[in-house]
Design a protein around this ligand. Structure first.
Ligand code: ZN
Length: 257
């Protein structure tokens, strides 16, 4: 069956003498692996469309018997030029595609995730500050798409509004097993509690409640709080997905700065 779909290139590597093995996140079929014959010939028709982060339209032979498909066409719909020229933008963008690569299974359609991926990359490309916030928002929304709960407003046990309960000046925890905060009275029921300053939970609450994706870049988060939020969100994903290993792009960029 010959099929056509929009896709984001997640990963690209050499394959045999002249070909490339490329992993795409597609709109219609989820994550797929494709062989592109002749992609490494000097004269090839693919140009930069096979580089990671490219937004492309691909045509491939979809076979039921294999998870490696022959891609015959790959046309660039959008090169994220601003991302490729700015390390501050490149970092969250590469972390996002690595996360999708690691978390998603092959050939499971998820249009919601494709749209989130695409919209977040466009937001990184077109905004001009606080790009890390877009990565945090992506992690939360990715978790929600996968079925994990995030509630930074109400107690996961009794439902009370944490910030209207006087709890903001007292100790509260996030319970991993509930995906929710627990109020002072319910802390005793926590299974896997994570303590953090209330200030950080409030920032997370604002990010989680963001509906218009670009607006999250208006939020100013200190580097120290950002580090804590980054670690917390990744650990929470890892609590649900035990096979998830540390992101290589995280390591590379932490050594750069
Ligand atoms: Zn409670």
């Amino acid at each position: 069956m010959i099929v056509k779909t929009e896709a984001i290139v997640l990963k690209s590597k050499k394959y045999r003498e002249t070909s490339k093995l490329v992993t795409f996140y597609t709109k219609r079929y989820g994550k797929i692996n494709g062989i592109i014959k002749g992609a490494r010939n000097v004269k090839n028709k693919f140009g930069s469309s096979l580089e990671p982060l490219s937004y492309v339209m691909i045509v491939f032979y979809k076979k039921e018997s294999t998870q490696l498909h022959l891609v015959t066409q790959c046309d660039l719909l959008k090169a994220f030029k601003s991302i490729s020229q700015d390390l501050d933008k490149l970092e969250p963008a590469l972390k996002i595609i690595e996360l999708v690569y690691k978390v998603m299974h092959d050939e499971e359609e998820n249009e919601k995730l494709f749209n989130l991926l695409n919209q977040t990359l466009f937001a990184i490309e077109t905004n001009n500050r606080n790009f890390a916030n877009l990565f945090f928002l992506f992690e939360i929304k990715l978790g929600e798409i996968l079925g994990y709960q995030y509630n930074f407003q109400n107690c996961g046990k009794c439902g009370v509004d944490i910030y209207n309960n006087g709890d903001e000046v007292r100790q509260i925890v996030f319970d991993y097993s509930k995906g929710s905060l627990l109020c002072v009275d319910c802390i005793q029921y926590s299974v896997h509690p994570q303590k953090m300053p209330v200030r950080i939970f409030k920032i997370l609450n604002r990010i989680e409640k963001t509906e218009e994706i670009d607006s999250v870049t208006n939020l100013i988060i200190t580097r120290q709080d950002g580090n804590e939020i980054g670690k917390f969100l990744f650990d929470y994903l890892r609590y649900h997905i035990s096979s998830l290993k540390e992101l290589k792009s995280e390591k590379v960029f932490s050594q750069l700065f």
